[in-house]
Design a binder for this molecule. Sequence first.
Ligand code: BES
Ligand code: MN
Ligand code: ZN
Length: 520
Amino acid sequence: MPVPELSLTDRPLTEPGPADVAAAALLPADDDAPPVPGTGAVELAEAHGVDLPSLLARVRKSEAAGGKPGEVITVPLPARTGPDPGPVELLLVGVGDRSTTAYRRAGAALAKRLTGRRAVASAVTDGADPAAVQAFAEGLALAAYSFKRKSTPAKPATLPVQAAALHVGAAADGLADQEAALARARTVAAAVYLARDLTNTPANVKDPSWLADQAATIAEQARLSIEAWDVQRLATEGFGGLLAVGTGSSRPPRLIKLGYTPAGSDGTEPHVVLVGKGITFDSGGLSIKPNDAMVPMKADMAGGGAVMAVLSALPELDVRVRVTGLVAAAENLPSGSAYRPGDVITQYGGTTVEVLNTDAEGRLVVADALAYADRHLDPTVLIDLATLTGAATLALSRRIGALYATGSADQVAEALLRAGAEAGDRLWRMPLVDDYRHALDSAIADLRHISMDRHISGGSITAALFLREFTGGRPWVHLDIAGPGKVEAEEHEISKGGTGFGVRALLRWLGSAEPVPGGG
Ligand code: BES
Ligand code: MN
Ligand code: ZN
């Protein structure tokens, strides 16, 4: 399903063109006064014979219509005749404090009222602030996402809105900044759609080679470099984590590499390496999950999907650093050939690991990719995204991702926390507690992959400590996105199912003036 068509116009809202719905802002007023209509709303209603001020005077705040983001008032407009009957209703969309979060939520609330409508003419941003335009457009587009695999075509009344014209008013110096903001919104929304689609695709369709095929398509469309390791090559080169986790499945593992180099590169730009966990289905393996915990596990490649989606958007955003994406893809299944609790495996680079629970598979595949990046890619900073632990969800629930970072990556971590807050992917920094590290000591191997010490729980922290062993002391940020990678209920611009979490934070950060200090 494509992102709704987003366009910008400096015509007044009273000339809404072929739209069947018009939308304008509603601003909260102080104390108990009625909410205040935004630019164009009164004129538009008047043109249709509706006296909006007196209508609003009868709205009390207690009626959940005080102009807060997420609130929408529907004003039916009398039908007109002729070839262009104009809008059938005016939606007044609360924009609250007019922050980017408020505009994103306003866009999302509007999108939800537009189901079954073809096109909307909107002056909700109530002016031409580019940040507001981008946030509103992203919220609208992201909330219009849906993933359906029905055998019969959907009824028109259930389809998401197809087009939105944003009336921003004439600006003296033209609308170039606003057009650029809208273009960014389109690119970001398309990337989030891609990540959601990859995550929502069921695991009977989605296996590691399918994921590699999707990466090849992305590479072709976005002119990225691509390389994919098949199982023979993984074996020759010693990717013992991917091999062990993937061996229980008849659909073998893959390591996928996508590469972006900025236009006009002189080869000296900082190099960001993104690693994604790409478990296309996590049954737990022989340490099998109960059914309820297994059902959502097609989404266990959400990190890998986010990495692929981020790479797909870099050329359009003209990002100024080099970026390599690695997706460690495998299917974790129990079978006669599956790896076992008690196995000792050799990770890429030679570290031996005692496996104690085959359901802690993500860290094994991510460790291989981190070690490969350290050995071969000379990363300025390493960042991984992984639906790694249920413990991260226990700590932060489903709206916030857990961020871990080494001291040498402090500045990147701070920038990512900020980018996430601005873009709508909330992150919270967690500690890499050195005092817990000994829980990963093994009597027979270099490491064990989980803590068996009942005094040291903190499963998200110990998983992060395990991964750190494979980063070669590089600046490293780890995002445990088990909570926000997939959700059970829609909220604001977040759709049910795969959320594309991390894509917006990373694109906002990578698109900033200097994502990595000292270059770019
Ligand atoms: N993919 C899961 C983590 C997960 C859980 C993601 C819920 C999304 C929602 C991961 O592979 C896993 O099974 N982790 C185990 C680790 C344990 C065996 C040490 C967990 O968190 O229970
Ligand atoms: Mn697992
Ligand atoms: Zn998993």
